[in-house]
Design a protein. Structure first.
Length: 293
């Protein structure tokens, strides 16, 4: 059994981690406290970059994702949200069913919103049609959803997970400088948790069968880096990403600079559950002894 599997098994045995469904994880006790500590420390580091912190909605209109060309890029991940019909006959049928959960699944209305696959889409949508006269940096944290088939692993790869992001809107040089600072913040954060880290170039899994997907892949190729942390047995996980988007979102959402040109954007994203997993696996992390005691 791999080290991280032994840790997850121990947490389940202590009742500090449970999975109500594949890809969904709950935490309590010392494990939840450790995640809260990681979260609080990271938030402080992000606020050193900007005091402009947002609370974002729990869902996104599908039109926002269309505007971002998401359906040509990552349709394989999307989770949509719906609600039950208001047809009283159908509601009565659900209420009187011997298996109402099964019956209810058949009577959702056509969805108009999705559960967010990333936090940054909220920010681009909120700033759509505006002029950014000076560089703007925003941070926000939220729940994100990406359905990756049967690849779920507790804390490592979830259907639902938590992301803290920092987004920069400005000139090309401002976004490059911001990305470089974000890398330094992530590396320092890893060192503070006694975690080794490795920076490497990466690519998003664009949905290449579409022409637009292939074009996006070529356009954004080489603009993404990831910070990978060890999770035992020679494996690593991408716990932070650093993304330059050039003018892609500036054009898509009509976000402009003072001179009228489309803004450049960049974002730095941290997957909190993955930081927790790496800290649990690290042999010199005090929490490991506490959890397995």
């Amino acid at each position: 059994m791999r080290q991280r599997e032994r840790i997850i098994s121990a947490l389940k045995g202590r009742g500090e981690l449970w999975e109500p469904a594949p890809g969904l994880v709950g935490l309590s006790g010392a494990t939840r406290a450790r995640l809260a500590e990681i979260n609080a420390t990271l938030a402080v580091r992000c606020r050193a970059e900007t005091q402009d912190e947002w609370s974002v909605p729990a869902a996104l209109p599908l039109g926002v994702l269309e505007r971002a060309d998401y359906f040509a890029s990552f349709p394989q991940w999307l989770t949509m949200a719906t609600h039950l019909t208001d047809d009283t006959r159908k509601l009565e049928r659900i209420a009187n069913s011997a298996c109402p959960s099964h019956e209810a699944a058949a009577w959702g209305v056509t969805p108009t919103v999705a559960l967010p696959p990333a936090v940054c889409y909220h920010i681009y949508a909120a700033l759509a049609g505006t002029v950014v006269g000076a560089r703007r940096i925003v941070t926000a944290q939220g729940g994100c959803w990406r359905h990756e088939g049967d690849r779920f692993e507790p804390l490592e790869r979830g259907w639902a997970f938590t992301m803290r992001e920092i987004v920069c809107i400005g000139t090309e040089s401002e976004c490059v400088d911001f990305r470089d600072r974000g890398i330094a913040v992530a590396q320092s954060f890893a060192a503070g948790l006694h975690l080794d880290s490795e920076l490497e170039a990466a690519e998003d899994p664009f949905f290449a069968p579409t022409g637009r997907g292939r074009a996006l892949l070529q356009r954004l190729k080489g603009l993404k880096q990831e910070l990978r942390l060890p999770i035992g047995d020679g494996d690593t996980v991408a716990a932070a990403s650093f993304n330059l988007h050039e003018r892609f979102f500036g054009e898509a959402f009509d976000i402009r600079l003072a001179d009228g040109s489309p803004a450049y954007t960049a974002c730095v994203a941290f997957g909190l559950e993955r930081w927790l997993l790496a800290s649990l696996v690290a042999s010199d992390a005090p929490v490991l002894e506490e959890v397995l005691r």
